[in-house]
Design a protein around this ligand. Sequence first.
Ligand SMILES: [Zn+2]
Ligand SMILES: [Zn+2]
Length: 291
Amino acid sequence: MKHMKKRLTILLLIAGLFLSNLTTSAQQIKIDSNWVRDQEPFRIAGTLYYVGTYDLASYLISTTKGLILINTGIEGSDTMIRRHIETLGFKFSDIKILLATHAHFDHVGAMAAIKQATGAKLMIHKKDARLLADGGSSDVILGGHGPMFPRVKADRLLEDRDLIELGDMQIMVLHHPGHTKGACSFLFSVKDETREYRVLIANMPSILGGTKFPGTRGYSTVGKDYAYTLNAMPKVQFDIWLASHASQFDMHKKHRPGDRYNPEAFFDQEGYDTAIADLKKEYLKKAHITQ
Ligand SMILES: [Zn+2]
Ligand SMILES: [Zn+2]
């Protein structure tokens, strides 16, 4: 309990950091309360489902050999995610693989609990494995205050272009570093009765306050990594664009509770291009690069 309290205090401190630095728009300021707010789970496209909270996206993919879960929200979110998975008619214990777009407390906080409950194999990019194992203590920006989420060890370390396979599903790992050293996007295809959809779950390269360019203490290549990622992301081809936070891809404008199944609602090349262009502008400004 004492631990929980300490962790909560740290969470609040960090929430402040996010709010003051990510962006100053009114829309972003709502993020904090929306992290734990409930959200009706729904089918996005084919065998891909949204099972996260209002803002912290968790994605479920059903395969012929079990389930894959991507991201978990903060510590304690496992109860809500489990309810969402069961509401959709799946078994929580069928989760075989756990993935994360990056090892920050708002996306991997419930990994330890879900791994323990299901015995699923946890996979993370090799450069975020330490963060996961020390509960975020070693994070160059957010760390230094002890664990921010329950520590958990990865079973498989991923690299750029690795393939994650389960049953009839294949997911490609795209290393998009900067936001963390091991931040990743995931690219895969799902099918329904009418067609196939290329899906990108993008880790949008937002810049945490306190990041120093070209190098920050403990992350000397951060500027180079952002430049790489901001150059690589526009080249990825997809039909459906999703991200780590629902707010990052305007999910609530594209889908409202009770809406019918409509994968095309998530076709949004323009939204993606604009979001990446805005992040690039922010990076160039913060890094004092003139073009
Ligand atoms: Zn993050
Ligand atoms: Zn986040």
